[in-house]
Every structure is written in structure tokens, then in C-alpha cells.
Write a protein that binds this ligand. Structure first.
Ligand SMILES: [Zn+2]
Ligand SMILES: [Zn+2]
Length: 264
């Protein structure tokens, strides 16, 4: 009954959002300024992009993790130390901090789904400048477990991927991978426990991605444990290769790293 009640609450919230939009003109859902957009240009201009060289594998930012990326190999300590990932490379469009963090919280926890479209638009320059930008990808969002989907009413990664697909013309594939195990929120766990927590949480449909190059889309990545577990399932679904693009990249879990550990 709890899940049915949660679904009802989620539906009621969506209806309420719709009613509010009829009564009031659009306003930026981050700063509150009235204007034609649900996310104003001034707020987007405050989003922090990755300031310097990133680990070519996992996208960890050198500047946020001082001394973390070796100049010679362009790998962070974790990747140079043999951290194995099922994807080829991962990038975040923005650093998970400041207004982008606020925007993601408003989208996910305050359920302001109208933020998804402008947030996806803000990801486009990062997609264009990513070292893997020239591939002919299919876009796959990281799926939510059905219980979480009922609770929230939408999958934020799917909303982001949907707008990215519209804008780029890349195909969107939604039914190739499922989240089959509800997991403890990653934010409550430390680095290596996050990998154990999401192991086998995803299941790929055999053959669904045969020979395709996948760009896996998520809202936030930190240790990349979730993206990695999902990538394993995508490979089982026949994907030829996987890259990851997230709206925001958290600090990661390097030893001594005190950066924020957002929920993945
Ligand atoms: Zn604003
Ligand atoms: Zn790395």
C-alpha cells in the first residue's frame, strides 16, 4: 500500500505543478526570477564547468582533486591504480556544486521536472567538446528501480536523455536495461561499499544493444559505481562500447578527498 500511496502523492504533485503553472507565469526554478524559462541564463552561467584537465578515463578533475591526475598518463590515482570500469570513459558537464547542485535537488527531491529540459540543454556544449563526441551513439539513461520511479513520478536521467536525443538526433533506447534490485542510497555509503551496493542491480535485455555504441546518461556521478554496474548490464545486452555523460560530476572517492558525496 505504501507504494500505491507514494504513486498517488507523486501524481497529485504533478497535477498541482500543472495548476500552479496555469496560475503563474514561468519563473526560474532555481533563483525564482520571472522570465520565459524555467532555468534562467544567469543561473546557467553560474554553473561551474570542469576547471582543468580531467582523468581521461573517469573524468575526475585535477583542479578539484589536487595532484590527482598524472600529467604523463592523464589518469587519476584511482584509474592509474588499476580501477576497472566497464565503460571506456566518463565525463560530467559540470562540477557538482553551487547552483547546478541546487538545480538537481530541485529537480529530484522537489520534483520540479520542468528543470530537466533546460538542464539537458545546458549539457549540449559538454557533449560537443567531450573527447568521444564524434561517435554515433545511442542514448541510454540509467534506469530507476520501479519503486523509486513510482515514488518520484519520473526518472530524471530519462528526462535528460530524452531532450539530448531530441536536440542531437541520436536515438534514445529505454528498454534495453532494467534496474532489478532496489539499492540503499549511494550517498550513505563510502567509496568501495558503493560498488558492492549496486553490483547486479541492473539487468540487460540480451541482444537489445547488439553492436551499438552507447552513451549512458545520468544526472550525477561520483564514484561511478552505479554507472559501472549499469555498463556491465549494457555489455550483457550486447553493447559494443559504453561512454558516460552526466549532468554533474561529484568529487569522487579518492583517499583524503573531502569533496561532497552526492547521491548517485
Ligand atoms: Zn535563475
Ligand atoms: Zn580516473
Amino acid at each position: 500500500m505504501a507504494t500505491a500511496a507514494a504513486a498517488l502523492v507523486a501524481t497529485a504533485r504533478l497535477l498541482l505543478d500543472g495548476a500552479i503553472d496555469l496560475l503563474y507565469p514561468p519563473r526560474c526554478l532555481v533563483c525564482g526570477d520571472f522570465g520565459p524559462l524555467y532555468l534562467c541564463a544567469a543561473c546557467v552561467s553560474e554553473f561551474e564547468t570542469a576547471p582543468g584537465p580531467a582523468c581521461r578515463r573517469c573524468g575526475a578533475e585535477a583542479e578539484r582533486l589536487p595532484g590527482a591526475v598524472e600529467r604523463r598518463t592523464n589518469l587519476c590515482r584511482r584509474c592509474a591504480g588499476g580501477q576497472a570500469f566497464a565503460f571506456i570513459a566518463a565525463r560530467g558537464a559540470f562540477a557538482y556544486s553551487g547552483l547546478v547542485q541546487t538545480a538537481i535537488h530541485r529537480l529530484k527531491y522537489d520534483r520540479r521536472r520542468r528543470l530537466a529540459e533546460p538542464l539537458a540543454m545546458a549539457m549540449l556544449p559538454a557533449l560537443a567538446r567531450a573527447p568521444f563526441a564524434d561517435r554515433s551513439f545511442v542514448l541510454v539513461p540509467v534506469p530507476l528501480h520501479p519503486s523509486k520511479l513510482r515514488q518520484r513520478g519520473f526518472n530524471q536521467a530519462e528526462l535528460l536523455a530524452s531532450t539530448l536525443a531530441e536536440q542531437t538526433g541520436l536515438p534514445l533506447i529505454l528498454d534495453a536495461v532494467r534496474r532489478v534490485r532496489a539499492t540503499e542510497p549511494q550517498a550513505r555509503l563510502k567509496g568501495r561499499h558503493r560498488f558492492a551496493n549496486v553490483e547486479d542491480a541492473f539487468e540487460g535485455v540480451p541482444g537489445a544493444l547488439a553492436g551499438l555504441e552507447v552513451l549512458l546518461i545520468d544526472d550525477v556521478v561520483t564514484t561511478l559505481a552505479t554507472a559501472n554496474a549499469c555498463s556491465v548490464a549494457l555489455l550483457r545486452a550486447g553493447a559494443q562500447s559504453i561512454h558516460v555523460l552526466a549532468l554533474a560530476r561529484g568529487g569522487g572517492a579518492l583517499p583524503g578527498d573531502a569533496a561532497a558525496r552526492p547521491q548517485e
